[in-house]
Write a protein that binds this ligand. Sequence first.
Ligand SMILES: Cc1cc2nc3c(=O)[nH]c(=O)nc-3n(C[C@H](O)[C@H](O)[C@H](O)COP(=O)(O)O)c2cc1C
Length: 300
Amino acid sequence: MSVKIGSLEMKNPVTVASGTFGYGPEYADLVDLDRLGAVTVKGISAEPHTGNETPRTFETASGMLNAIGLPGPGAEGFIEKYLPFFEDYRVPLIVNIWGKTVEEYGRVTDILDAPARIDALEVNVSCPNVKEGGALYGTDLDLFQTVVEEVREKTSKPIIVKLAPNVADIKLFALAAEECGADGLSIMNSYPAMAIDIETRKPQLANRTGGLSGPAIKPIAVKLVWEAAQAVNIPIIGMGGIYSTEDALEFIIAGASAVAVGTANFTDPSTAVRILEGIESRLAAKGVAAVDDLTGAVRI
Ligand SMILES: Cc1cc2nc3c(=O)[nH]c(=O)nc-3n(C[C@H](O)[C@H](O)[C@H](O)COP(=O)(O)O)c2cc1C
């Protein structure tokens, strides 16, 4: 069941998606964190950040819209407030990072490079909900490469680049990340979307638009994982509407080496552990020796 992403060793292929599992402690009474392949925490920037006005979430058919806007304690705040908590756990820790400028991506990487307890950085270049940086870095190939190069230069920890779904050709971004030294890819972030209250005629989110996540986006994510997996040799963490063992296996067969459970955590925080147990028993029942054997096993 183990998976390697650069020097990051996950004992199983199931993690949680950034922003849907807090910073870890919030879920520790509900889930045995050490069962997970890794904990991926909410996005961290160099400085503390307040995020967007409310309402910041809205439920849609088979999913949700969010425009949280990446509130957080900043890199120093994270190290001070949350990192000591992980000393009692062995689970690998992936910290999701973002910046408003290329320089900020460099600075947050510099600060988070120091603590040995942080095992890997996931580079969010695809948040649809912040005005500066965010999605722009994920959809403009030149800017995208500049950010990945900047982060690569500042750390020797594994870096996992989280791709935006709203690009014409995901293979170009996947390849560019690999060429700039990424150790892995996360696919996908939420999809830019909007909902309007027809009585007030106002957008349902204070930010007007947000990111769509949950079961509604799963087929989009499976396609993007499949396309990217054909273009690169680095491992992919697949995510987007994973609620069940079957969903997770679909991503793995499409080309993912690991999966992340996101929006499902809001309805059942034990989803990731349930999926992990489900994959184990499925592999045993089908006589598949290693989860690796299923990665990219789609028959075309
Ligand atoms: C409330 C919420 C907050 C999120 N915050 C972040 C974040 O801080 N950084 C990030 O890279 N992705 C963030 N995401 C995107 C998720 O990590 C994930 O890529 C996306 O939701 C698709 O997976 P899902 O459909 O299983 O939720 C967030 C998603 C939601 C729903």
